[in-house]
Write a protein that binds this ligand. Structure first.
Ligand SMILES: Cc1cc2nc3c(=O)[nH]c(=O)nc-3n(C[C@H](O)[C@H](O)[C@H](O)COP(=O)(O)OP(=O)(O)OC[C@H]3O[C@@H](n4cnc5c(N)ncnc54)[C@H](O)[C@@H]3O)c2cc1C
Length: 484
């Protein structure tokens, strides 16, 4: 059953231990750094109840309505429905948020695909996977992703340093396992639960390891401590930093101080082969909504640069049009990969419909790796005024205001107020602390660049190019034989 925004907020008041800037937060829904993003997630919940959005954001099954975002994709329409739903949400809130549920649930669906492999390795936990995927649908649970440990000195095995630098199991009890360690997690402080799994590292050469654990962790469970980074919201005037104040998705170092994970929440434990398998398939669905956000990000860059060119009359110059076209090529490149990955979608081992993998992963590399260059073009097109323009108080004040009005009014259509607003928007998109943070988010939040490339390498079918060259270069059949 779908939740309301207030039910979601109420769920966050579960006594969870959240810290920010050295202060214990008593109610996350009210803290200035967290309230804006919690309000957006709550708005997503509420939208599904509104007549205008009801049929695109939810669907009916078994007499109940459920979130369209959490419906496992079985046919092409399921993906199209999700595209429309994301579009409606982002247009309603007027910005881009990524880790709001639809982008993390795919990690759970990839567990469905791994069910048989995991059951073969250790049959105890297979039923837990089905149970949890169903629970997300039925209870409309907001999930986040817990992969990255602090890790410490990478040249050492975790056992050879402080063992807590990577999450591990310290004890088994009748009730479940006890875990210790920490993970970096976006949105953890205001989510319901996280799917925790290991970063495969130096320990995974062993067959069995206490570090090979995959499970659900409730974000308000005893022993879970969220130590948030400083937020951007509430630190500046929203008129001058309109994105930072509304869309900041706060990360936390989430510490697990001997946290009990009930057996029914465990997906795999001790078998390093299971951990490796899970890592390989982790993003096969969730890369799609992740890359989709970059399409909207590209639209924001194009819109900001194009409005600026229109304001200043620079859109008449061919050289400026070519730079705008570079942004469009980037945008359409992302669009093409996403569209093709759905047009060529593949049946997964678990019977779901997954975007064609090498197309999707190649799109992720394009979208993430080219973002710095595209932000540079957009920034360059907007000009230096995005960083030297005085703030809104200066525009309003007697004494400075009339001068700013004079120099920022461009013509009859473009008066200083709109000029100031556009420059403030572009600064927050391209040049502010928040803009830099979002760029880093894109580069890392769904694994770093080398990992994105490994996904392309592992999913691309090399047989086509190999056969083509074999024939064209007239290579002998001997080369197909295994090495002696
Ligand atoms: C904004 C933001 C949000 C995040 N959100 C989440 C989240 O929600 N959940 C989560 O689990 N994690 C999250 N992360 C963590 C993210 O997954 C990690 O930053 C990422 O996995 C890299 O780990 P690291 O930062 O420890 O870098 P390191 O492991 O220290 O790596 C640093 C660099 O060294 C190089 N390098 C390291 N190992 C290799 C290798 N094997 N091959 C080639 N090059 C290598 C790469 O250039 C790499 O970028 C987030 C990170 C950021 C910045």
């Amino acid at each position: 059953m779908i939740r309301t925004g207030d039910q979601y907020r109420e769920g966050l008041r579960d006594g969870r231990e959240v810290w920010i800037e050295g202060e214990r937060v008593t109610d996350v829904t009210k803290h200035p750094a967290l309230k804006p993003i919690i309000d957006i997630k709550a708005r997503m919940y509420d939208m599904a109840y509104e007549a205008q959005f009801r049929d695109t954001l939810s669907y009916e099954e078994g007499g109940e309505r459920h979130s369209i975002f959490y419906k496992p994709p079985r046919e092409a329409k399921d993906w199209q429905d999700k595209l429309v739903a994301v579009d409606q949400v982002l247009k309603d809130i007027g910005g881009v948020v990524t880790r709001v549920g639809d982008e993390t649930i795919g990690e759970m669906w990839s567990l469905t695909d791994g069910r048989d492999v995991l059951a073969e390795i250790d049959p105890r936990f297979a039923a837990n996977i089905d149970h949890h995927i169903q629970a997300v649908i039925e209870k409309d649970i907001f999930h986040v992703s817990a992969n990255t440990d602090p890790k410490g000195d990478r040249s050492l095995a975790p056992q050879d340093q402080d063992p807590d630098l990577m999450v591990h199991v310290t004890k088994e009890t009748d009730a479940g396992i006890i875990i210790r360690g920490a993970k970096y997690e976006t949105a953890a402080a205001y989510a319901d639960q996280a799917y925790l799994k290991p970063t495969v590292g130096a320990w995974s050469t062993e067959k069995l390891s206490d570090y090979a654990v995959g499970c659900i962790v409730k974000m308000g469970a005893p022993g879970v401590k969220h130590i948030c980074r400083s937020g951007f919201a509430g630190k500046s005037n929203p008129t001058d930093y309109p994105l930072a104040n509304r869309f900041d998705e706060v990360e936390a170092l989430v510490v697990f101080d001997d946290v009990l994970i009930p057996w029914e929440d465990v997906f795999f434990y001790r078998h390093t082969r299971a951990a490796q398998f899970v890592r390989q398939t982790l993003h096969r669905y969730s890369a799609f909504p992740y890359v989709l956000r970059l399409l909207y990000n590209a639209d924001m860059m194009i819109g900001a640069a194009m409005w600026n060119a229109k304001q200043t009359g620079l859109d008449k110059l061919q050289a400026v049009r070519e730079k705008l076209a570079d942004l469009v090529v980037y945008r359409e490149g992302i669009n093409a990969h996403l569209t093709a990955s759905l047009a060529m979608a593949e049946r997964s081992p678990g019977g779901l419909l997954m975007p064609q993998q090498s197309m999707l992963y190649a799109g992720r590399v394009l979208a993430c790796s080219q973002l710095p260059a595209m932000m540079h073009i957009a920034r360059e097109l907007c000009g230096g005024q995005i960083c030297i323009t005085p703030n809104s108080d200066a525009f309003a004040a007697e004494g400075s205001g009339q001068w700013l009005d004079k120099f920022y009014s461009l013509n009859q259509n473009w008066q200083s107020d709109d000029r100031r607003k556009l420059l403030a928007f572009a600064r927050d998109l391209l040049n502010s602390d928040y803009a830099g943070h979002r760029l880093t988010f894109v580069q890392f939040a769904q694994a770093p660049h080398f990992n994105h490339l490994a996904a392309v390498y592992n999913s691309f079918d090399f047989s086509g190019p190999l056969d083509f060259v074999k024939k064209s270069a007239d290579l002998s059949d001997r080369i197909d034989a295994p090495k002696q």
